[in-house]
Design a protein around this ligand. Structure first.
Ligand code: SF4
Length: 306
């Protein structure tokens, strides 16, 4: 039986700048206004971040109608929100602090433009995901839009008019899945906006590229992130598609499947864009405790300074 000797660490991993900004905004709001502070939806999809903020006095809500004290500030999560939320807040006299990631806002601006151009709109993303609800929630519903998530959906897609088609995508999808869907759309709809390109963000792209590199070094991949985090789910899926023997998505070291790694020579570790670095640190501490002479290798695919 071999014993674990090498750890390959993906860089970049963990918090992206949009998540860092959103969490900082909630912390600042707590400092400036005191508790309680409302946050519409989980500020980012990470159990630890959410629990930590809850302890400091954050109350997470899904809709403004749940607010009992409208004198308290409300932070909009990094995923963004439909425009009716901003109108409602104004009507109720609620102070909104907007932590929508600027890269999500960019997608909002794009879908608004597509509607002004009277295009049929294809939204590539997970129906019901808060980012998608926020994106389609920018529309006045004067354009027809369809949400699709797979190549099969793209094959079946129909619009009632032959208006030109414009595209927007969720920022955290698998880059190659989006490319495959777009290939089908280009084949089926000759009138697709030639300028349309994926809105997958830089942080998603970097973390996915790093996972592909990790799989070249280790066939067992551990992604630290919460199960409801879209970008973390994609990292696990990409690892398996790239040939990993096993890939796990775990919230923290307490969920580490130790029996699965006992006879592995190496592990590749990454963390989704909403997972704080301390979770990776805790994982490394525990690994070093259990396995002596571990070698840690950084697999760097990009430097992020945004
Ligand atoms: S994953 Fe991308 S879009 Fe989402 S918060 Fe991070 S930088 Fe922004």
């Amino acid at each position: 039986m071999t014993s674990l000797s090498d750890i390959f660490l993906a860089t970049p991993r963990g918090f992206c700048s949009g998540v860092r900004r959103a969490v900082n905004l909630v912390e600042k709001t707590l400092q400036n206004y005191g508790a309680p502070v409302y946050v519409r939806h989980e500020i980012v999809h990470n159990k630890h971040v959410v629990e930590n903020l809850r302890k400091k006095g954050v109350v997470f809500i899904e809709e403004l109608s749940e607010i009992t004290d409208t004198s308290r500030p409300v932070v909009i999560s990094a995923h963004g929100a439909p425009k009716h939320v901003y109108t409602e807040a104004q009507q109720l006299g609620i102070k909104l602090i907007d932590a929508t990631c600027p890269l999500v806002e960019k997608v909002h601006k794009k879908i608004i433009r597509l509607e002004q151009e009277k295009k049929n709109i294809v939204v590539i993303g997970k129906n019901g995901h808060p980012e998608i609800l926020g994106t389609v929630g920018q529309l006045n519903n004067t354009s027809e839009y369809k949400i699709i998530f797979s190549v099969q959906d793209a094959e079946k897609l129909q619009f009632s008019s032959d208006a030109p088609i414009g595209l927007v995508t969720q920022t955290t999808l698998c880059v190659s899945d989006v490319a495959n869907i777009m290939t089908v759309l280009q084949r089926r709809f000759g009138n697709i906006d030639a300028l349309s390109k994926s809105d997958t963000c830089y942080a998603t792209t970097h973390r996915q590229t790093a996972i592909l590199e990790l799989v070249k070094h280790s066939s067992l991949i551990v992604v630290i992130g919460s199960k409801n985090s879209s970008n973390s789910q994609q990292l696990k899926k990409i690892a398996m598609e790239a040939g990993a023997k096993k890939a796990f998505l775990i919230d923290d070291v307490s969920e580490m499947p130790w029996n699965e790694i006992s006879d592995e020579p190496s592990i590749g570790i990454s963390a989704g864009a909403s997972a704080p670095e301390e979770l990776v640190d805790n994982m490394l501490k525990e690994l070093k405790k259990r396995y002596t002479n571990l070698k840690i290798h950084d697999i760097i695919v990009a430097k992020e300074g945004v």
